[in-house]
Design a protein around this ligand. Sequence first.
Ligand code: SF4
Length: 111
Amino acid sequence: MKTPANAPSESHAVLSRRRFLATVAVAGAAFALPAAADLAPLPETDPTAQALGYKADGSQVDAAKFPKHTPQQQCANCNFYQGTAAVGPCQLFPGKSVTAKGWCSAYVAKA
Ligand code: SF4
């Protein structure tokens, strides 16, 4: 069968579909959330981290300053923690990673 002169050929349609799928794949990769390993660790000296009393090691929390902190409260079981490993993202500190055994005063137990 002959294709009309100004109609896209079948091979053109296949190429367009491939180009579209490749574009979608690249765009998807660009918008994917960074893996925890790609995130810089949240320094305890970060102004917001300091204000919230963040400690990468929850056992180092100043008990006098944060009397409500308990050893059971850790980033790993905080509602804002989005990691599944020893380090992971926290919704309060975009672009940084916190440690699973860390803590800050914004801690909210996972429901
Ligand atoms: S909000 Fe939760 S997960 Fe984030 S640093 Fe504080 S205790 Fe850790």
